[in-house]
Design a protein around this ligand. Structure first.
Ligand code: ATP
Ligand code: MG
Length: 569
């Protein structure tokens, strides 16, 4: 496990799982921690998965242990190489290194042998109840289940039937293999759970070698055990499955050197709470629906909280890891406010983003008393607090652009920006006064004629008068045209997706495109991975998919401040 080298990382949080692991190492149960992150390759990872990644990899990193990336790939119909590869890339992007890259599908032979071992011990049987009957026999929370008529089938017959299931002699659903545990257990999971079912489906790795596939509960604990995992961390909905996890491991024989390295003691499942972010979707099924029904522009739409979407939006790996550290690990599911995520990226970019000038809604300003054909180069710092980020020169000239929002025809007294007859300071430049407003036939303001005060450079005025407003600008002389995409939260409701009718819940302003933004030219010399603060506007990055030097496209990662805070009050 190597350290990621990411900057601005906060220390990992202490939590109950870490205490358990530390105690178990202290008392000699394990020599070191060994965790795993076990996604199913049936979709792209989202922020909820990041919590699990940071927990598993983070715990291993902090305790000098190890962590595997393991694909829990036992549902051939839903899984694909595309998903698997995107998941690998996302884990790497977060800066983690796995000890082993594993696939549950690599254990299919072993899993089959373990199933045979259970049959031989009289602990598993082949059943032919259909799904409806199975439900009926299972009983309820208040009522014990009933034994299936096949429960007492002879071991020899079970072995033969299981072999024939594997050989493809039966139709899907005709038979299943069940554990023989206790149909009257108060824990319904223990009422003879299914271990194997028939599925004639091509597996993205195993091809058509198999037509029977092991269930999650059977696969997961065995995968953990054969890899020598010490702590199997999962979300709360698996609490009832823990008893089955332990039962299976107690009843099979994990040999030395089976697949991985057998641990000193069997793995232990520990549950923790899920976290869901307000105003966003973190369910693969619903994400697939959003993508397939065209509500968003693919899995990496910058409004989605998939890791690919967040990456394209401009979130850094450090910001996501810090977000996970901030929300912590508890025994309860939780809902996290959007501002917690946004503050995590603000915190990172405040320190690391280069400051530049960008005008989203350009309004032309002509300085009538500035000599025609003349320009000046003004040296400015790339970061107000970090000298190591260097300086650059920006051009000042007779024609400039300011933002339309910084001008009002009839401004109220407290509007400290530009209006007819008013004076404002151009940041790093001069003070200007608006003398004349040019409008088009429709009455829209299209240009301002202003005069500048040549004695007002470097924040001072010759007569000592104070100028309250400072606005940003770019020189028309060398401004670069760009498309700027301003993203906001995708939904208007804090818990979207409850009704499956997304249309009602979408925020119509989640994407506003400024096609004619004007940016200072230094931006074209930047690296594609650079992040910027457009002063007074927000944080931005290049759109990794659509940006080119010929047609710059930038995404707004986040506003400078929380613009929703007041609206929600
Ligand atoms: P989804 O509901 O989106 O399909 P999942 O839990 O089925 O998610 P898996 O691929 O099985 O997806 O998840 C891999 C790991 O990530 C699991 O250990 C799971 O518990 C964890 N995980 C998924 N979503 C969250 C969440 N919102 N908070 C914390 N952990 C999560
Ligand atoms: Mg799952």
């Amino acid at each position: 496990m190597s350290k990621s080298g990411l900057k601005n990382l906060k220390p990992a949080p202490k939590h109950f799982i870490r205490s358990i692991a530390e105690n178990e190492i202290k008392n000699g149960k394990h020599d070191s921690v060994y965790t795993r992150f076990p996604p199913e390759p049936n979709g792209y990872l989202h922020l909820g998965h990041a919590k699990s990644i940071c927990l598993n990899f983070g715990l291993a990193e902090d305790m000098s242990g190890r962590c595997n990336l393991r694909f829990d790939d036992t549902n051939p119909e839903k899984e694909s190489t595309e998903y698997m590869e995107s998941i690998r890339a996302s884990v790497e992007w977060l800066g983690y290194e796995w000890d082993h890259l594993c696939y549950a599908s690599d254990y299919f032979d072993e899993l089959y042998d373990f199933a045979v071992e259970l049959i031989n011990k009289g602990l598993a049987y082949v059943d032919d109840l259909d799904a409806e009957q199975m439900r009926e026999y299972r009983g309820t929370l208040t009522e014990a289940g009933r034994n299936s008529p096949s429960r007492e089938r002879a071991i020899k017959e079970n072995l033969a039937l299981f072999e024939r299931m594997r050989a493809g002699e039966f139709a899907a659903g005709q038979y299943v293999l069940r554990a023989k545990i206790d149909m009257s257990s108060p824990n319904i999971v223990m009422r003879d759970p299914i271990l194997y079912r028939i599925r004639f489906a091509e597996h993205y790795r195993a091809g058509d070698k198999w037509c029977i596939y092991p269930m999650y509960d059977f696969t997961h604990c065995i995968s953990d055990a054969v890899e020598g995992i010490t702590h199997s961390l999962c979300t709360l909905e698996f609490q009832d499955n823990r008893e089955l996890y332990d039962w299976i491991l107690a009843n099979i024989t994990i040999k030395e050197n089976h697949v991985g390295e057998r641990g000193k003691a069997l793995p232990r499942q520990i549950e923790f709470g899920r976290s869901n972010l307000e105003y966003s979707i973190a369910s693969k099924r619903k994400l697939i629906q959003l993508v397939n029904e065209g509500f968003v522009d693919g899995w990496d739409d910058p409004r989605l909280t998939t890791l690919d979407g967040l990456k394209r939006r401009g979130y850094t790996p450090a910001s996501i890891r810090n977000f996970c550290a901030e929300i912590g690990i508890t025994k309860k599911d939780s809902t996290i406010e959007m501002t917690v995520l946004e503050n995590a990226i603000r915190h990172d970019l405040e320190a690391s983003a280069k400051r530049v000038f960008g005008v989203l809604k350009p309004l032309k300003v002509v300085l009538t008393n500035y000599p025609e054909g003349e320009t000046e180069q003004i040296e400015v710092r790339n970061h107000p607090k970090d000298e190591s980020m260097g300086v650059r020169a920006i051009t000042f000239s007779r024609e400039l652009y300011i933002d339309h929002d910084d001008f009002m025809l009839d401004p109220p007294a407290k509007f400290f920006r530009l209006g007819p007859g008013r004076e404002v300071r151009l940041r790093y430049g001069y003070a200007i006064t608006c003398d004349e407003v040019i409008r088009n036939e429709a009455g829209d303001v299209v240009e301002l004629r202003c005069s500048y005060d040549p004695e007002s450079a470097k924040g001072k005025t010759a007569d000592g008068r104070k100028i309250k407003g400072i606005i940003h600008w770019v020189s028309a002389e060398d401004a670069v045209n760009a498309e700027v995409r301003q993203y906001d939260r995708l939904f208007n409701v804090p818990n979207p997706g409850a009704s499956d009718d997304f249309a009602q819940e979408l925020n119509p302003d989640s994407l506003v495109i400024f096609e004619n933004a004007k940016l200072e030219p230094s931006i074209l010399a930047a690296d594609i991975h650079d992040r910027f603060q457009f002063e007074r506007v927000g944080y931005f990055c290049f759109d990794a998919k659509d940006h080119s030097e010929r047609k710059p496209v930038l995404n707004r990662t986040v506003s400078l401040r929380d613009t929703w805070a007041n609206i929600n009050k």
